[in-house]
Ligand binder design. Structure first.
Ligand SMILES: [Zn+2]
Length: 335
């Protein structure tokens, strides 16, 4: 999730691999090899996770994410770039989010996806379900000087995770996706005029999963406060396929080309962690609804049976009265 930053920043020696190692998602430099070069990748509190109901806990103190400066003027520009691992878009330092008690300044956003034949490439999963793709919007804690400093602190980063699913055409994502042709090869850049970045997020900013995790790419620092929105954002099949087919991990001069596909990390152990949820979990809600429905049905049947019994007795009584009247009538006729 942090791949944009590495080429753009001067990398302190401690982060850099000691030799010519270039991490990847498959092959000999695939993720099982990451810990040999980047210790954090084999450590604790790693991401991504599957949000399974057994690790979720409702937390009523989680407030909706507050966005600031996300509506960017068309006179400002973002830089879209291919860094050999993903496509990233630089963001403006005037953009930030509030997650009390801190303010986090926006740094960049990037994508993770699968491939045409298996279009399931989100990093986080919900109840075992992997989504089509995932966007990460990276922010750093404003108490640190920059993102490079912040990533070494436990409370340094806050990332918003947006799950993408196939549905209707999305015009805001199209502003990014139609420019992928300009960054096909590693090292290429393109400019995107400002727009309202809130339109990239789901409408419900109050429904999310929150936990403490890590960067999902080397160096895998466990410094991320994750907020993954519950509701996916829909893009069209054509838009997803443009993401899955447009890019290469290799540069334009390379004799061999390597498609940029399946750039998502496998699920990590939750360890001793609990994932907080800002909404009542679906299963609990379903059980509650079923219980309520059960009570309503039982009450209904009981009332029906009681009424039926009461009606029966009433009819019996009516018959007795009728008979009595008959007798009285008979008696009168006799008078
Ligand atoms: Zn990411």
């Amino acid at each position: 999730m942090f791949t944009l930053l590495l080429p753009l920043l001067s990398i302190p020696a401690a982060w850099a691999a000691s030799d010519d190692y270039h991490w990847a998602y498959s092959g000999e430099n695939g993720e099982t090899s990451w810990p040999t070069k980047y210790g954090f990748c084999g450590g604790v509190h790693q991401s991504p996770l599957d949000f399974h109901h057994s690790i979720l806990q409702y937390d009523s103190t989680l407030y909706p994410i507050r966005l600031q400066g996300y509506n960017v003027s068309t006179t400002d520009y973002f830089t879209l770039s291919n860094n050999g691992h993903t496509v990233s878009m630089s963001l403006l330092p005037t953009m930030s989010i509030e997650i009390p008690p801190f303010t986090y300044i926006a740094s960049s956003l990037h994508f993770h996806w699968g491939n045409l034949a298996h279009p399931k490439g989100s990093e986080h999963c919900i109840g075992g379900k992997r989504f089509a793709a995932e966007v990460h919007v990276v922010h750093y804690n404003s108490k640190y000087a920059d993102v490079a400093t912040a990533m070494n602190a436990a409370d340094g980063l806050a990332v918003l995770g947006i799950l993408l699913e196939v549905g209707s055409f999305h015009s805001s994502y199209d502003g990014i996706l139609t420019r992928l042709v300009n960054v096909k090869y590693k090292g290429q850049n393109a400019l995107i005029p400002g727009f309202n970045l809130q339109t990239l997020l789901p409408t419900r900013l109050d429904e999310f999963y929150r936990y403490e995790g890590s960067l999902t790419t080397p160096p895998c620092n466990p410094s991320v406060l994750w907020t993954v929105f519950r509701n996916p954002v829909f893009i069209s099949l054509e838009q997803l396929q443009s993401l899955e087919t447009a890019l290469y991990c290799t540069d334009g001069n390379s004799t061999v080309t390597e498609e940029m596909i399946n750039n998502y990390r496998q699920l990590q152990n939750k360890g001793d962690r609990i994932v907080s949820v800002s909404f009542r979990e679906g299963v609990v809600l379903a059980v509650a609804l079923a219980s309520v429905l059960g009570v309503v049905v039982i009450t209904g049947v009981t009332c029906y049976l009681c009424n039926r019994k009461r009606r029966g007795k009433k009819n019996e009584k009516k018959m007795v009265v009728y008979k009595a009247a008959m007798v009285a009538e008979e008696n009168t006729s006799k008078v």
